[in-house]
Design a protein around this ligand. Sequence first.
Ligand code: GLV
Ligand code: MN
Ligand code: MN
Length: 404
Amino acid sequence: MRRIERLAGFTATPGKGSTRTTYTPEFRQALDFLSRECRALGLDPVVDGIGNLRCRLPGRDNAAPGVMTGSHIDTVIHGGDYDGVVGSVAALEVLAVLQENRFVPAVPVEIVIFAEEEGVTFDLSLAGSKALVGRMTLADMKVRTSNTDGRSLYQTARDFGLDPDGLPQSVLRPAEVSAMIELHIEQSIALEHDLLQIGVIEKIAGSFNYVVEVFGTANHAGATPMRLRRDALVGAALMIQEIEALARAEGRDEAVATVGRLAVAPNAANVIPNHVSFTFDLRDTDPDRMAERLAETLAALDRIAQVRRLDVTARRTGTNAPIALSGILADLVEDCAKARGYSYKRMHSGALHDTAVLAELAPSCMIFVPSRDGRSHAPEEFTDPEEIRRGVQLVVDTIVKLTG
Ligand code: GLV
Ligand code: MN
Ligand code: MN
C-alpha cells in the first residue's frame, strides 16, 4: 500500500486522478522510485530501450526459462491509482516475500513493469510489451509519432534518456520465459456483483483502433443556408451514433465500441466545422464477429459521408487479436484460490493487458481483484487493500508452485 500511495503521488494532475503518461517527468519519478525499491531488495533493475523495467531474482538454474510477473505504470489521463500499479507493486512484493522466506526458486523469477501500455500518447496500446517481444521494432518506433508534439516514439524515448538502439539486444526470446502472471484490478462490476474475491482469466478481448478524419467546408454560421452546408461535425456525430448502434446490436457484453477522442476545427462558435478527427476503439472476444463488425462500421462511415457530401478517411492505429490464456495456469491459480478458501470465478477480460502479448511467447495467466463500483480509467478507481492482499497471495502461491 505504501508503494501504491507513492506511485499515486507521481501524477501531472494532483487531486484529479493519476495522469502519468509514458516519458513524462511523472513517469520518470515512478521508474526511479521502482528502481530504488528493487535495489532495496538487493536486486539489479534494468530499464530497456522503450522504458520497460526488468529485475530478476536469481534461481537455482539461471539458464532455465524464468517466470515473469508484473504490469504497467503508465496511466490514462485522469486515471486511477490502481490500474497497472497493483500488478506492478505486487511483483515487487512477491519477490520480497520469496526473499524473506529464503525461498530460492528453481528458475529465475523476473519483475517486468511495462511502459506505454495505455497507448495514450502514441495511439498504440501495449507498445512496451510489443517492444519486449520484438513485435514493435526500431523501424516501427521511428515511424510511430506522438499525438501531442509529433515527435517519433524513438526520438521521444531517446530524449527521455533511454537507448532504443539497444532494444534489439534485449528482446525476450521464447526460450527465456516459461510463464507470465499478471495481477490486475477487474475494471468492471462482475466480481463485486457476484460477491467474489478473485477472477481467473480465460480470454482477453481483442481490439481494433482507428483514427477517423471527416472533411467538410468551413463557412459562415449565419449566412450559409442549411441546404448548402458540408458540416464535418454533424457528419461525425452521425458516424459516432452508428458506431455505438452497431456495437449495441451485437447484444453481448463482450462486444463494445468507444469514441473517446474528438477534435473539431476550426472549433469556433460561429464557423461551420470543416474538419473533425475522432478515434474509435472496437472490441470483442469473438474474432470473426470483431472483423465483421469492423467491416460494417467502416461501410457505415462511407455511407454517411456520401449522404452528407463529406470526405472521410479511416486509419488503423492498432490491432490486438482476442487471446486465450493458458488453461493449465488458470487451473493452477484456481487450485491456489481453493486452497486459500478464496471465492473465485473464471471470466474474460474486456480490457487489454500486456499479458495478451506475452501469451504469444509462453503460457500466461491473469488474476483479477474486484474494482469498487466497477469504476476504472477514472479517479474514483478503488480496490480494497484486503482484496489486493488476496491477489498478491495468489501470485506468490502460483509462483511457488511453478518454481518450488
Ligand atoms: C487498456 O487499459 C485498455 O484496455 O485500453
Ligand atoms: Mn488501463
Ligand atoms: Mn491496466
